[in-house]
Design a protein around this ligand. Sequence first.
Ligand code: ADP
Ligand code: ASP
Ligand code: MG
Length: 797
Amino acid sequence: MKILKFGGTSLKTPERVEHVVQLISAEHPCGVVVSAFGGVTDQLIQLTDFAASGNDYSTNVQSLFDRHNETVNSLGFMSKWDYLTQAITDIQSELTENLKAIAQARIVTPKLKDAVLSTGERLSANIITAACVEHGLEADFLDARDVILTDDHFGNAFVHYQESYNRIRANWRDRSRTRIITGFIGATENGETTTFGRSGSDYTASIFGAALNVEEIEIWTDVNGILNADPSVVSDAQTIPHITYEEAMELAHAGAKVIFPPTMIPALYKSIPIRIKNTFHPENPGTLITQSRTLDDQYAVGISSLYNIALIRFQGAGMVGKYGMIGRVFEKLAEKKINIILVSQVFSEHSICFAIKPDEVESAKTLLHKEFSFELENRFIDSIQIEDNLSLIAVVGEGMRHTPGIAGQLFGILGNEKVNLIAIAQGSSERNISFIVNEQDVKPAIRILHSSLFSGPDKLNIFIAGTGLVGTDLIRLISHNEKLNICGISNNKKMVLDKRGINLAAYQDELKNGQEADLDAFITIAKNTPNAVFVDVTSSSAVAEKTAELITNKVSVVTASKLANSMEQDYYDTIREKSKTTTAQFLYEANVGAGLPIIETLQTLLKTGDTVIKIEGVMSGTLSYLFNEFDNSVPFSELVKDARKQGFTEPDPRDDLNGIDVARKILILARETGARLELADVTVESLIPEDISPDLSISDFLEDLSKYNHLFSKKLEEARKLEKVLRYIASWDGGKAEVSLKAVGEENPFFHQYGAENIIVFTTKRYHDVPMVIKGHGAGAEVTAAAVLGNILKCEK
Ligand code: ADP
Ligand code: ASP
Ligand code: MG
């Protein structure tokens, strides 16, 4: 047999009641605990306040009963339920009597309040019993006051378990019939009605479950079980599939409203599993609560929060080493039934603070001032301060007991989000770490904790400037990566923006029909997007000039363009300075050697304390190719034309031949070592004969170049005579940067070089006799795009 409990959220409308009857019939015979219909308990509380303040409550009483009678009518009972009508009428007159008593006394005593509050559960249990019988079930109504014995703490009654269990068992000899039981209420020895506290129906279910040793207690509500955060704060809170009684209790105590904390106690003693299920999605397995569970690699299971709490802070040198202070505080507050939510004491004992509900602040303050008047007068205690508008956040999980460093990690997450922690406490069970934060910080704090603990890092939002060969390849590569979200693509004509992610299958069409490109607007959107990475795959200096601004605004920049790093030294320095002040990164591996790990290797050498003596390299894939192919069988100018046709050169081959591109690369490497120099300081041997006019068109230039073929042939022949080959080499020796065409012999690392290969040689203090050589295919859109993607992935936090 099972005990099912249906909460107010499952009983808001006649249709829902009908649906609940279906669920009950699937488990018949069973025990069913019901709450008041949704919202009814709140209305009853309002009625008591009305009565106490002398207002006319009769219309409100009427509308409350109208609602119940309408439900009865719309359930469309075939049988005439005289018994039900009578029961409802009796409950109504009893309620009216109690409200009258409150109105006369002008005060809501806890006893009368409980009597009034019992109305909701008694009405709903009666109606649902009738509905079940109507449905053909053998079902009886059971008023829990007949069996659950409590003390007389009205509003928060303690249950005498053993006697209650005996009475329940005695009452439930015939297990072939279903019982519909009033949740939330019990009675004292004298038969006075008591309640267990708001949401107490869950507890009733657990008491019956334990008494009858049922196979499972099911709490049916309006969410898919216990979620790892309050769904009204975190929209993608996930169901916790399996949780221990202790974990559930910690979460519930710290505010997870879905289950009333004491519910776990009777079930725990009898090891009866509790399952939380969704009335609206019965197929969902919900959350299972048991004694233990296998720990997965997540140390936390959930985050809870209690809003609106106040903190009382005792401070004073006179407290140091004095025992009994905390005891006195607790005792005084307990006398007035003031509940302490959290306590935190500094190790020096110089200050202690504890959290309570704000409506208890005034009486707590008065009590404590009285109790500690001697200490205050004599300045053992400097002050008793009260801070309010605070909230508590608790991170709960069995796995925290076995994992060191959790608190530090959680504080780090909150610190990065600039959340100020007002007090911190870790439960001695180590299952719970709680913080007090300002009310306005609580939601952002929960969201960042949730996303860090349970959602993994958020997706990176990518903005790509440039849709040339590299840009196109990059977009293709990104389309296979689920963690990346391209929010913006722009070229120099058009741009598309979509923060949910651009459809990469159709982006080219979207771009064609997109809005006019506007670099500033594009950048403004990147700046306003969290986790943004701006990718520069243009050769535009207007884009490169935005690097510092982007980084200052927390947007990481990944660039294949060499411009930002090879502009004036001042700009280079500004980018580095800005990088230090934010978490945004500036990454540019593709600047030298395309996909080869040149920059990263150099940075690692330097970071680990090595000193660079010399950097040399063949750093242009195009020029490598030209001098590898050049054997005088074809004139040099023809070779250039051919290479251009095959797409191995820049559209204008002079951009390769003038050596500036290579000069930028050696400048970037030299600056990486800490040297300060400008592009103009690099000595460049251009391969464009000086006499050729710079104003020629590309084709005229290529024609003109043929007049100088003999110069190249001559250089080659001279080299050959010495058994050497021609290589276009960039070098930095710690003082001078140079780019020139050289003849190198067999002993030189650049001698054996093939195709569009790049070779970079680092001679350092550590790599002295045998320098470090990095070589490989160093040109082309695909490897460059891959290097850019590698850098983008490094921006994940
Ligand atoms: P019932 O009327 O069924 O007893 P409650 O309103 O008492 O339902 O509890 C369910 C509600 O608890 C959910 O609708 C949800 O908004 C809220 N809630 C707060 N924190 C959590 C959590 N961690 N997991 C699930 N629900 C939560
Ligand atoms: N009806 C009561 C309340 O609203 C008890 C419950 O729903 O569990 O607090
Ligand atoms: Mg509830």
